[in-house]
Write a new protein. Structure first.
Length: 266
């Protein structure tokens, strides 16, 4: 029996807290090697230490972080599409297994791209001594690649495509839907900023941050997908209507001759 009123509201909130936290913890567990390598970057004293740890993190990420993130997006996909009661463990590890190879291949390409952009950004920042036009350009490119990565994970769990097609379409959607991309950047950025803004809020990182980011990212992607589906259906209906009119016109050209029973062309 479904609870109503205030108790029903508390029950639904507790359910969502459980869903988000369990999914986030599973993501962290499957990403532990990457987390151990990345964490020392925040305490590095020199640029060389940051660069070496960053490169090592990029090497490990495709084999741990990216498959785990694809599995997390597989769970958030269920939520956004209305299947909120989908079993968390089964859904997570099913997507982890099915998406591992494509997530790893795509992860290698994204890791290389991120590493090049971040290292170049740091080099230009050190040489210039301040944020110049080139530095802002690198920041914009890093953000753009980051949004396309989120779209890549969304498409990976939603479509059956080859990896290169997923990469290409993720980039096209990111560029072609700037408002949705901006919405993803702002909303996910706010969640990440709040999570790291204060030591008192750091508890959000192991329990909620990535699962919320994944939900927001797939929700935005699903909005794009729904709109594209609607446009495709309208185009198909318009094409079918044009075909029907053409057939009617062709039929109207053929007029029966009532005198001899033969058909004549108008």
């Amino acid at each position: 029996m479904e609870m109503k009123g205030m108790m029903g509201g508390f029950y639904k909130i507790s359910e969502w807290i459980m869903r988000l936290s369990v999914t986030n913890i599973l993501w962290i567990i499957c990403s532990i090697p990457f987390v151990f390598v990345l964490f020392p970057i925040f305490f590095a004293d020199t640029t060389d230490q940051v660069t070496s740890n960053l490169i090592f993190s990029a090497i490990i990420a495709p084999f741990t972080l990216f498959p785990a993130t694809a599995a997390l997006f597989g769970v958030t996909r269920k939520w956004v599409m209305g299947e909120v009661d989908a079993p968390l463990l089964r859904t997570f590890f099913k997507n982890y297994k099915e998406s591992y190879l494509q997530a790893m291949i795509g992860g290698i390409l994204y890791a290389v791209l991120f590493t090049v952009l971040i290292v170049d950004f740091r080099v230009y920042l050190v040489k210039l001594g301040s944020m110049g036009i080139i530095s802002y350009l690198f920041v914009a490119l890093i953000v753009l690649v980051g949004v396309s990565l989120l779209n890549f994970f969304s498409m990976l769990v939603h479509y059956h495509m080859k990896t290169l097609q997923l990469l290409k379409n993720a980039l096209l959607i990111t560029i072609g839907r700037p408002l949705r991309s901006l919405s993803t950047v702002v909303l996910c950025g706010v969640v990440i900023y709040i999570s790291f803004s204060s030591p008192k809020l750091m508890f959000l990182v192991p329990f909620f941050t990535m699962s919320i980011v994944g939900t927001i990212a797939f929700w935005n992607f699903y909005g794009i997908y729904t709109k594209l589906q609607l446009q495709a259906e309208k185009a198909a209906e318009a094409e079918a209507e044009e075909e029907r009119k053409r057939l009617e016109e062709d039929a109207a050209i053929m007029l029966p001759n009532t005198d001899d029973g033969h058909t004549t062309i108008k």
